[in-house]
Design a binder for this molecule. Sequence first.
Ligand SMILES: *Cc1c(COP(=O)(O)O)cnc(C)c1O
Length: 369
Amino acid sequence: MTNPESTAPGIRLRPEIAALPPYRQGRPAPAEGYKLSSNENPFDPLPGVAEAVAATAAQINRYPDATALALREKLAGRFGVTSDEVLIGDGSVALLAQFILAAAAAGDEVLYSWRSFEAYPGLVTVSGATSVQIPNRPDHGHDLDAMADAITDRTRVVIVCSPNNPTGVTVTAAEFEAFMARVPGDLLVLLDEAYIEFVRDAASVDGRTLIGRYPNLVVLRTFSKAYGLAGLRVGYAVGPVAILDAARATAIPLGVTAGGSAAGIASLEPAAERELLARVDVIVERRTRLRDGLIALGWPIPEALGNFVWLPTGAETVAVAERLFDAGVVVRAFPPEGIRVSIGEEASIEILLEILRELVPGSQEGHPK
Ligand SMILES: *Cc1c(COP(=O)(O)O)cnc(C)c1O
């Protein structure tokens, strides 16, 4: 089916924008099924958090404090910085766009590992800059040496995603520090830690421990995944004031809502956060069970430190995704590389193991792994 708008005569759009695929959301699950395609938190909102959001309804005729000062102050306390060193965005994906726009334009390069977060290429194209994608290592982690080698005098932003979406592998603290030692001090590095709360590995990088150490580093986090607020669009950046000021300047004004800020603040209340982090433990336990189960079946599953597991299905990607869909499980397929399966409801784990038991790569032909 052709989209009549894309064929409208006489409208001169930027050709690189007209050619962009629109952002694809995970497909909805069948009524009795499981939506494991968007790395969402499967738990219902916490009562205290939902009530804090509801309380903001009486003020929806007013513009919000879109700087979200109260939330910034809370986060600043945790990171040991001032509230000006924290920037709230309507999702950390909005912040990614703001930082890229602040640093890169036509003729510039934005460097990142690939495959990684599917929003990166589009955000770079919108800025007018060019993506430089460095293939993941065979273990599906970032090849930071190759990334450092690829820096040129046109590079304006480097994005490091840890744990990497969709492969689940983290960058270690040692790897990250060695990388930063090779990056020029005037080149902006964005450390995207959307899944940091799910990491159970002491060697992995943790942006919080790096704050204040590098004048060119910004750490990005979100309330969408572990904190279960994907629908309210709240993310944050921590970094040097001058870089954050530039990103404030490229924001579409007033994007952060009062409901989003209230939800963020309520989520950081000790009782709410304890419960949220206990739920993260449950998801980590399910992730471990799924990954261990798949490895026992013969699946070559990489390290999985987010709330998802990567299946390197290669040429079989579409076929495996369809088999799972027929069983009521919606996953995110990236043909011809693999499938990202989010960790969701308890009952979905058994179903996944049952279906994937019959689809172990190479087993149909009797090939060794
Ligand atoms: C989900 C995700 C984000 C941001 O999500 P928001 O809902 O916009 O905060 C950022 N980076 C990565 C790698 C993600 O997977």
